[in-house]
Design a protein around this ligand. Structure first.
Ligand code: SF4
Ligand code: SF4
Length: 492
């Protein structure tokens, strides 16, 4: 969504406009964090204070707690979340998933995408401002440490411009050292989510030579996070994150966003010393006193008064900054607030639009499908394949036999005994090797199975068969396969 640019200055261009006003004219043509030559302009964001920042702090600390304890949490013995791409094992809310559960994964991805679309359509980039790990860690951990070590935005700017002294070197080295240590912890946490905490601990404690790959990824993740939080920062949201780029396709005039009330704020103008509000309003001014406090706190360096922008992560810092200013000048709070374009322009309350209703129906259907698939899938998955290159054999007693390869996957974290039965056919099923099939927790085993059929049960070159997979007397799955036999002579 693009909110209406303020006060229509572009329609009445003033030849004496300030450079700031000129910037306002072309803000959609360039990024505020780059200069005309395309060089990076470092954002020195002032520390925000206020009710929204406080709320975000609580939410962030809760999320940080969950994020760092997540790898240690187990449900039914399985990790809360694990994405073990190497071993192709995944765990979500304690449920183990295998590549064989691809359909469930596809539905989960659809839920995720539909959820994001419906959520963004209704509440804008609430995810970015409140829950995205990038924003949470950047604004609530790394930037807070920066404020503690280097001071607020003005001190940071002065320090950056100051010559290199021992004091400056010490501050910078201490900050970067701390950032690196934190990046190492975050990198290890990410690794724990990928391979599981049980696989991560040996990488940390064993001889490094035994875990070269694990250590390589550990260092790679650490360097990546360090580069991101120490240097890249808001550029990750602007240049890399696809969600930020796609948001304009999802927002509409009813979406709740962090917005500047241009109807109330314009014409903006500096507040003169001791100027009474009544006189100011009579002079055609709005509530915006053009103090730029909303800009100085913005971690992406934009001016929210220019309307909705791709860079805005809806962090609410400008709401708090403006509310503080409004309190000081005696105007009502909320010049910048959570609002939809329609609520600002037409005074309409938040509405559930037909688009949102449609998405909600689709999302509900997908969630129901997902739950059905998860709760009806069997604990053991069997794949029954004819042994490659094998033909049928005829035994001395006249029976016909086929050799199969059986793969069994245990999707639980407990060992499962498995029994196989030939369903509804006159024949015999024999497991080769160890007859007692026990599948270890979360593992895949492979064995060979021989099926012998009476000639009368063989209907032709191929006969359809069903094999029941049982565990503890309970049928887990029925596998369909094909039995190859001699071609039947066609009767004249
Ligand atoms: S903080 Fe509020 S009053 Fe100050 S420039 Fe921003 S919108 Fe205007
Ligand atoms: S414009 Fe406001 S909400 Fe958007 S990123 Fe900047 S400070 Fe945060």
């Amino acid at each position: 969504m693009t909110t209406q640019p303020p006060n229509k200055k572009s329609d009445h261009q003033d030849p004496f406009q300030s450079s700031q006003e000129a910037d306002w004219q072309n803000f959609r043509d360039h990024l505020t964090t780059t200069d005309k030559q395309g060089r990076r302009q470092w954002v020195y964001a002032k520390e925000p204070h206020g009710k929204w920042t406080q709320r975000r702090k609580w939410v962030s600390w809760l999320l940080i707690g969950i994020m760092f304890t997540g790898p240690f949490i187990r449900i039914n013995g399985n990790p809360l979340l694990m994405m073990n791409i190497v071993e192709r094992r995944f765990s979500l809310l304690g449920q183990l998933f295998w590549p064989q559960d691809m359909v469930i994964f596809a539905v989960a991805m659809l839920i995720f995408i539909t959820g994001i679309i419906i959520f963004t359509t209704a509440f804008g980039r609430l995810w970015c401002g409140w829950t995205c790990p990038q924003t949470v860690m950047m604004e609530m951990v790394f930037r807070k440490l920066e404020y503690l070590i280097e001071g607020d935005a003005v001190q940071q700017r002065l320090l950056a411009a100051a010559p290199w002294t021992a004091g400056k070197f010490a501050k910078k080295a201490f900050k970067l050292g701390l950032f690196f240590a934190l990046s190492f912890i975050i990198g290890n946490t990410l690794l724990a989510y990928i391979i599981g905490i049980d696989a991560l601990l040996p990488i940390i404690t064993d001889d490094p030579r035994q875990h070269v790959t694990g250590l390589t990824f550990m260092i790679l993740f650490t360097l990546l996070f360090f580069a991101n939080f120490a240097r890249f920062r808001e550029q990750a949201c602007t240049y890399i994150c696809p969600y930020g780029r796609l948001q304009s396709t999802m927002l509409d005039e009813n979406t709740l966003v962090v917005a500047y009330d241009h109807k109330r704020g314009e014409q903006r103008g500096k507040l003169q010393r001791n100027e009474p509000l009544v006189k100011r309003i009579a002079g055609g001014h709005g509530d915006c006193i053009d103090c730029h406090q909303c800009v100085t706190v913005c971690p992406t360096g934009i001016d929210i008064r220019d309307g909705g922008q791709m860079e805005c992560v809806h962090c609410t810092a400008c709401i708090d900054a403006c509310d503080t200013v409004m309190d000081k000048v005696g105007s009502p709070r909320g010049l910048i607030r959570y609002a939809s374009l329609n609520s600002i322009e037409k005074g309409e309350a938040f509405q559930v639009t037909p688009r949102m209703k449609l998405y909600a129906v689709v999302l509900t259907g997908l969630i129901l499908l997902f739950l059905t698939l998860v709760f009806t899938r069997s604990a053991v998955e069997a794949m029954f394949l004819r042994a490659p290159g094998s033909l049928f054999m005829t035994t001395p007693d006249g029976r016909i036999e086929n050799l199969y390869t059986l793969k069994l996957v245990n999707k639980t974290m407990r060992a499962l005994p498995v029994e196989l039965k030939l369903e509804g056919g006159a024949g015999q099923l024999e497991v080769m090797g160890d007859k007692n099939l026990v599948v270890p927790p979360g593992k895949l085993i492979e064995t060979s199975v021989l099926i012998k059929l009476e000639p009368t049960a063989v209907t032709g070159a191929t006969t359809k068969l069903k094999v029941g997979v049982y565990s503890n007397g309970q049928r887990m799955q029925t596998v369909k396969t094909v039995f190859v036999g001699p071609r039947k002579e066609i009767q004249p």
